[in-house]
Design a protein around this ligand. Sequence first.
Ligand code: NDP
Length: 248
Amino acid sequence: MRLKGRVAVVTGGSRGIGRAIALALAEEGAAVAINYQRNEASAKEVVQEIERMGGRSGDIFQADVSDPAQVLRMRGAILQRFERVDILVNNAGINRDKSFINMDYETWKAVVSVDLDGAFHCTKAFVVAMKARGYGRIINISSVVGQTGNFGQANYAAAKAALLGLTKTLAKEFAPKGVTVNAVAPGFIETEMVTGTPDEVKEKVLAQIPMHRFGKPEDVAKAVVFLASDETSYITGHVLNVNGGLYV
Ligand code: NDP
């Protein structure tokens, strides 16, 4: 129960890595606001899982994180339900892969507006109150692809690399105010984002991972819980790799 009494927001908490993060934060005692965009049934199912743990609370909050007005509406609803937010996990993300030659501006913008702008809007929404209270934990879910680049992922890699720049800058800006800002950079994790990849591509990726396996959402969730805990009050601006050795 390292997070007992804390309130966390997980964007994109309805599926995949976000779902595992929401469950892991709840397991440690945090009340969890689960943001989703479309998949209400999956978000509700995460809340049911949290309630099954006993003595924990969670609730669902619909918003497209790329839309600042929707994020502000979500903030109002979350504050009404939980009164404050201590932990923000900017996890919502999409990919729309195309080689750069075939990538039109719409495809570029679609990814950047969710993966990067979404973190901007959500951080804007919650950081002011964190700063005023002198406590906060912001964790941005980047990607190994933001560190290495990847064929066909110019939009995604650019957004995920920019998240690291955002993380380091905000770490410096908020360090005197008790708000830490860190990033987790997962490698290839078994979620719908990866299971849709063609088998031959998966084989090529696996061959490059020193641990010879894809990660599990729970591997990422454990890193997030660590960065969300009080134990990490002197860690800020860090990028925690969870990638089986793929990039070191
Ligand atoms: P999934 O596709 O499994 O889940 C994506 C989640 O994001 C869903 O909860 C979805 O909600 C939500 N979402 C998507 N768009 C929006 C939006 N505009 N507003 C609010 N919520 C949105 O993805 P993963 O779990 O695989 O990825 C989670 C994060 O981890 C992403 O940022 C991704 O880039 C990153 N990552 C993933 C890796 C992997 O290998 N899987 C590797 C490295 C990083 P809904 O259910 O309503 O659609």
